[in-house]
Design a binder for this molecule. Structure first.
Ligand SMILES: *Cc1c(COP(=O)(O)O)cnc(C)c1O
Length: 461
């Protein structure tokens, strides 16, 4: 669904205004919605996280470096837990998954969504209780489904008739009764401030509501009575700031719930409305709090249930980006600074599209700040680019940086917790950066840096 993120493209500058409106103070400022909660500038102007200076971290771990503010991550988990106290919050592991993060979200009372055998393996390796795992995917293999059943995952979100047949057969063979939800495509595509509602949806995920496939899937599962149908599931997009898309999706999916009741006399006990809650990547973004989201979505669901005379189902949600995204930032070292014909300054850093593909892939917007010092130099309009052999290798399209930015400086890019390390590649045989978790005075490597030996280890030729 994240292909829709292309909508995050704000045009070249959004309405950030011309450079001469920017003061050095603006450029040194850390906007709270962009940064993890413990990040500040110390008296010398250097960025700190927990009780540690950025320069200390880069000396220990090198650059590029993903820094996870563990207290920030835990506080976001708690905010969701508190806002959705009577519901289940499934952290969407595809945003970023490693054993340490599994343990943190488990300790904070969250559930976990995985969407491949590999993600399931990480979850199980970190002792995530299997009954708190949901398993997604439009093409789960027999091996993956078998592993999920053997582990006893709490629910499987079925996505096709082939999968229903496959899972039914596996469940029969084993004499088990797996709990399933049906992924329904409701014809709502939501991102940022708009959503599109159509009657049909042309995409690979789920069972079509309008075409009748979703109802047929429910009837097949209920009539076979091998799988335990717990409810319906709908996920409408990502980086969503407005709940009006949820209003349409909830209305449609609950209408299906009523149709199933009328046809089979069964009220499904659960409803999952997916994830996709937006976060701030630039000063332009102003996301809602989990509490505000919860209030609005509950009102919508309660209104719809009342109209359809349905009991309110037990709800669950699947935020990924909103939990891990703002908790992480990337630190790069500047290698070259190039003024191109007086048009723009290109600041090259030691990573790029291999550690953050979102700018190249979706036209996503990011921001950046000088991390090793504050500067009172005049702001200039800069483009932060990577070191890859590709002119589309852009990390931050437009950002005001101090005019004295120079090789050896450190740049920090906030909001890189989701879909950056998890989508990282080895393009140009650039080893993938480590992830370091910081809490108080302590920094620990939770994913180590890839080495040239790691790269060569796969090359058996
Ligand atoms: C990707 C995905 C999510 C998480 O999306 P975010 O934008 O990271 O919140 C949740 N549910 C499903 C089914 C997804 O595919």
């Amino acid at each position: 669904m994240r292909a829709h993120e292309a909508g995050a493209l704000h045009g070249d500058l959004g309405n950030r205004g011309p450079a001469w409106l920017r003061t050095p103070e603006d450029v040194n400022a850390l906007l709270p919605q962009l940064w993890p909660r413990t990040v500040t500038r110390d008296e010398d102007g250097e960025l700190t996280v927990g009780n540690l200076r950025i320069g200390v971290l880069t000396k220990m771990f090198g650059t590029p470096l993903f820094v996870l503010d563990e207290d920030d991550l835990r506080s976001r988990c708690r905010d969701f837990r508190a806002a959705f106290a009577d519901e289940d919050v499934y952290y969407a592991g595809k945003a970023f998954l490693c054993k340490a993060v599994v343990r943190i979200i488990a300790e904070e009372g969250l559930h976990l969504d995985v969407c491949s055998g590999g993600e399931l393996a990480v979850a199980l390796a970190a002792d995530m209780p299997a009954e708190r795992i949901g398993f997604h995917g439009n093409n789960k293999s027999v091996a993956e489904l078998t592993r999920a059943l053997d582990a006893g995952v709490g629910r499987i979100i079925v996505d096709s008739f082939d999968e229903i047949d496959r899972l039914t057969e596996l469940a029969r063979e084993r004499g088990v009764r797996p709990r399933v939800l049906i992924r329904v495509t409701v014809g709502v595509e939501a991102h940022t401030h708009e959503f599109i509602a159509t009657s049909h949806e042309d995409q690979k995920f789920g069972f079509s509501l309008a075409g009748g496939a979703a109802a047929a899937a429910a009837f097949r599962i209920l009539d076979d009575n091998v799988l335990e149908l717990r409810g319906l599931h709908s996920h409408i997009g990502s980086q969503i700031f407005d709940t009006s898309g949820f209003e349409v999706s909830a209305r449609r999916v609950l209408a299906l719930q009523a149709q199933i009741r009328d046809a089979r006399g069964v009220e499904l006990p659960e409803l999952d409305l997916g994830g996709g809650f937006g976060i701030a990547y630039t000063t332009q973004d102003d996301p809602s709090t989990p509490h505000e989201l919860s209030k609005r979505i509950h009102k919508i669901v309660e209104g719809e249930c009342e109209g359809l005379r349905l009991a309110k189902p037990h709800l669950s949600f699947e935020p990924g980006r909103a939990i891990i995204g703002p908790a992480v930032f990337t630190v790069y070292e500047v290698g070259t600074v190039k003024d191109v014909d007086g048009l723009r300054t290109y600041v090259s850093v030691d990573g790029g599209m291999s550690d953050n593909i979102r700018t190249a892939l979706y036209g996503a917007s990011y921001s950046a700040t000088l991390a090793n010092r504050a500067s009172d130099a005049e702001p200039i309009l800069a483009r932060v680019v990577g070191k890859h052999c590709e002119s589309g290798d852009v990390v931050v399209k437009d950002e005001f940086l101090p005019a004295d930015v120079q090789p050896g400086d450190l740049l920090a890019v906030p909001g890189t917790g989701a879909y950056c390390r998890s989508m990282a590649s080895n393009y140009n045989h650039v080893p993938r950066p480590p992830v370091v978790a910081v809490r108080g005075d302590e920094a620990r490597v939770i994913v180590r840096r890839e080495t040239e030996d790691d790269l060569l280890a796969l090359d058996v030729g």
